[in-house]
Design a binder for this molecule. Structure first.
Ligand code: CFM
Length: 471
């Protein structure tokens, strides 16, 4: 039976529909894990909320906007310092987040005055920033604060600032995926078309769905520059607010994360006729394919081939060194969704690493279609997995390395299995040619490091044999 009821799920048998084992000889057209539905009560989800999808994933990467969170201060905690998107203006997204710090009295009597005051305070404190993303949260949405009216009033009082309101409280969807959607559509509805960008190249693109995690966007920028392609806006890694208002002027939308940003690419196609081209930016073969596709669109294939040859000459020997040593290592990927399909085949082809289990927090059915198509037989595919399921899957597949976030990462460390931060990376960037060498190096270092074996040794044992073996 390809849909698996794990032992730990015997009290919540509905979970069986979310756990798939791709078996040899079996047609994959019949089965997919159910996805993008509400978490089953009793299952301790690892998902984020809808607000998180808007703020932490997309809006927060914009480099010159104040991020104002209208809610209790706790809603801001998991945004400041937890996401690694550096910027070329002093890393403002890494350093600052603003909160209205709502307390009980504000919930009882309303928080609009407090919000207005907080917005003025923020603009006064950082006069170089003239734009703002303003988010509602569960409590302020529930009490019905009219944040739009407050934003409008402030913009009248301060005509030199612009505020984008994101009304996407945590409860508004089943996961962070809802926040992606709301922010994408809101931005194209309200802000795109507001600025006319300066065009400096006959070839222009928007790079959509890449958030400059540990410098990914900065690394890719080098490629576009060498190819003579102007990136009008990067949605949203290292992006400026105004560059994102000029998205309507690009000739092509190049989409990396189709899950978090496919919506805006589709809208830009419908409203401005800009074609959409999806690429993968992790892995040598995928990155080369992506460059080829973009260059073919503009008829500059020779430039693309020259760039690929140059990059491969520089980085392939290093990748091959790691590949030789990583062959047959077993990896689990437990992240949001897209990284499952971006990575499973690229680590297999480029590093010889086998992906034996994958869990998606919020991927939709189309993500699982891609994941299962690109994934291996004998691999487990889970939707919205919980902690007990992670433990059981570890016993079933014995991974050498797990790509996941710090929460689950801390758990697996206790089982003496190395983990790599699959969301924010360990020593990134991981995109592009150089990035994939970084990723291979991190896997190599993690799997070779003796610390996990050493941690399992009881040092009260008189014998040092185990210790020697571990080293
Ligand atoms: Fe896209 Fe992303 Fe991802 Fe994502 Fe995320 Fe992310 Fe992710 Mo963490 S935008 S869907 S909502 S590739 S934060 S940078 S790593 S879960 S698989």
């Amino acid at each position: 039976m390809p849909m698996v009821l794990l032992n730990c799920d015997k009290d919540i048998p509905e979970r069986q529909k979310h756990v798939y084992l791709k078996a040899p000889e079996e047609s994959t057209k019949e089965y997919l894990p159910i996805a993008n539905v509400a978490t089953i009560p009793g299952s301790l989800s690892e998902r984020g909320c809808a607000f998180c999808g808007a703020k932490l994933v997309i809006g927060g990467a914009v480099k010159d906007a104040i991020q104002m969170i209208h809610g209790p201060v706790g809603c801001s905690y998991d945004t400041w310092h937890t996401k690694r998107y550096p910027s070329d203006n002093g890393h403002i997204p890494l350093k600052y987040v603003w909160s209205t710090d709502m307390k009980e009295t504000h919930i009882v009597f309303g928080g609009e005055k407090r919000l207005e005051k907080s917005i003025h305070e923020a603009f006064d404190a950082m006069p170089e920033l003239k734009s703002m993303f303003l988010y509602t949260t569960c409590p302020t949405a529930l009490i019905g604060d009219d944040v739009r009216a407050v934003a409008k009033k402030v913009m009248q009082d301060r005509p030199d600032v612009d505020i984008f309101t994101v009304e996407c409280p945590g409860f508004s969807g089943v996961s962070q995926s809802k926040g992606h959607h709301v922010l994408n559509i809101g931005w194209v509805d309200e802000k795109v078309g507001g600025v006319e960008p300066e065009i400096t190249s006959p070839y222009t693109i928007n790079l959509i769905g890449d958030y400059n995690i540990q410098g990914d966007s900065t690394l890719l920028e080098q490629y576009w520059k060498k190819l003579g392609i102007q990136v009008i806006s990067h949605f949203t890694g290292n992006a400026s607010y105004d560059a994102l208002r000029g998205m309507h002027r690009a000739q092509l939308n190049v989409v990396n994360c189709a899950r978090s940003a496919g919506y805006i690419a589709n809208e830009l196609k419908k409203r401005y006729g800009i074609p959409r081209l999806d690429i993968d930016t992790w892995g040598f073969s995928y990155m080369a394919e992506g460059i080829r596709k973009v260059c073919a669109f503009f008829g500059i294939e020779e430039r693309g081939e020259a760039l690929i040859a140059e990059e491969e000459a520089k980085w392939k020997p290093q990748l091959d060194w790691y590949k030789e040593r990583l062959k047959g290592k077993k990896m689990a990927i437990w992240t949001g969704g897209p990284r499952l399909w971006h990575w499973t085949k690229s680590v297999e082809d480029d590093m010889g690493v086998e992906v034996v289990a994958m869990s998606s927090k919020f991927g939709h059915e189309e993500d699982f279609e891609k994941v299962v198509a690109r994934g291996r037989e004998g691999t487990y595919y889970l939707d919205d997995a919980n902690e007990l399921e992670f433990f059981e899957i570890i016993d079933l597949v014995n991974p050498d390395i797990i790509f996941t976030g710090p929460r689950v990462g801390e758990l697996v460390k206790k089982l003496h299995i190395p983990y790599i931060n699959g969301h924010a990376y360990h020593n990134g960037p991981y995109m592009g040619f150089e990035g994939f060498v970084n990723m291979a190096r991190d896997i190599y270092n993690a799997t070779q490091c003796p610390v996990h074996k050493l941690a399992s040794i009881d040092i009260r044992e008189p014998s040092t044999a185990l210790l020697e073996e571990a080293i």
